[in-house]
Write a protein that binds this ligand. Structure first.
Ligand SMILES: CCCCCCCC/C=C\CCCCCCCC(=O)SCCNC(=O)CCNC(=O)[C@H](O)C(C)(C)COP(=O)(O)OP(=O)(O)OC[C@H]1O[C@@H](n2cnc3c(N)ncnc32)[C@H](O)[C@@H]1OP(=O)(O)O
Length: 187
């Protein structure tokens, strides 16, 4: 059963941009979306209709597991990012991945662009349920990967208490590293 518990489906946050709007990377050094990670996934997300966020991820030579094929762990990473950005942008609250499950249905060759459609399935207290499917090269292409996840809402303190001090200092000195997120990080 999914979600596995009774949930509510909140309206998307009033600050969520209009459908079709491209979303900025949430952190410049994020392996999933950051511009400053040369071999990162460089996932790009945009707001969909209702409770949906669409992301795109192009598999490069740096992402291989077998010759010419994407590594499954990196595909899971792409879904972690796509699902996390769905939670973050629709609820506008910080959350971390508690559980992530993936079904790999087809191999994903280097050069493929995975079109990942993620949706918020519901919220139960601090638990947020999301799911996604990734299609090969087009929004109606064959499904290659399905994923679903539990994210847990946390306070900003989670990142301040657990993050490495030098990285937190870098963000405090240059808040633009955090995309458009208006946070005060001054431990
Ligand atoms: C101002 C904000 C504006 C926002 C703007 C938006 C912009 C875009 C935003 C953002 C994009 C972000 C994209 C990021 C994508 C990548 C995300 C990652 O990769 S995150 C890194 C990997 N994950 C971790 O490092 C977590 C490590 N784990 C923990 O820190 C803790 O275990 C934590 C916080 C998950 C839970 O710990 P506890 O002590 O706070 O809470 P407890 O009570 O244990 O759990 C709460 C509930 O969740 C369930 N739960 C927790 N883990 C579970 C699991 N694995 N399976 C099932 N249930 C689980 C528990 O059973 C509990 O449920 P019951 O409330 O009692 O019903």
């Amino acid at each position: 059963m999914w979600p596995p518990v009774a949930v509510e489906l909140p309206e998307r946050h009033e600050d969520t941009p209009a459908p079709g709007t491209d979303l900025p990377p949430h952190y410049a050094y994020c392996f999933g979306c950051g511009d400053r990670q040369e071999d990162g996934l460089h996932l790009r997300a945009s707001v969909g209709e209702g409770q949906r966020i669409r992301s795109r991820f192009t598999v490069t030579e740096a992402h291989q597991g077998a010759p010419g094929l994407a590594h499954g762990g990196l595909l899971a990473c792409a879904f972690d990012e796509a699902l996390g950005t769905t939670v973050g942008n629709l609820l506008r609250r910080p959350a971390v991945t508690g559980r992530l499950e993936t079904d790999f249905l087809r191999p994903v060759p280097v050069g493929t662009t995975l079109v990942i459609d993620a949706r918020l399935d519901g919220v139960a207290g601090r638990k947020v349920y999301v799911s996604a499917e990734g299609r090969i090269d087009a929004e109606d292409g064959p499904v290659a990967v399905r994923a679903r996840a539990l994210f847990v809402l946390v306070e900003l303190k989670h990142f301040i208490d657990n993050g490495r001090a030098e990285d937190l200092r870098a963000v405090a000195a240059d808040p633009s590293l955090l995309g458009s997120r208006p946070v005060e990080l001054n431990p």
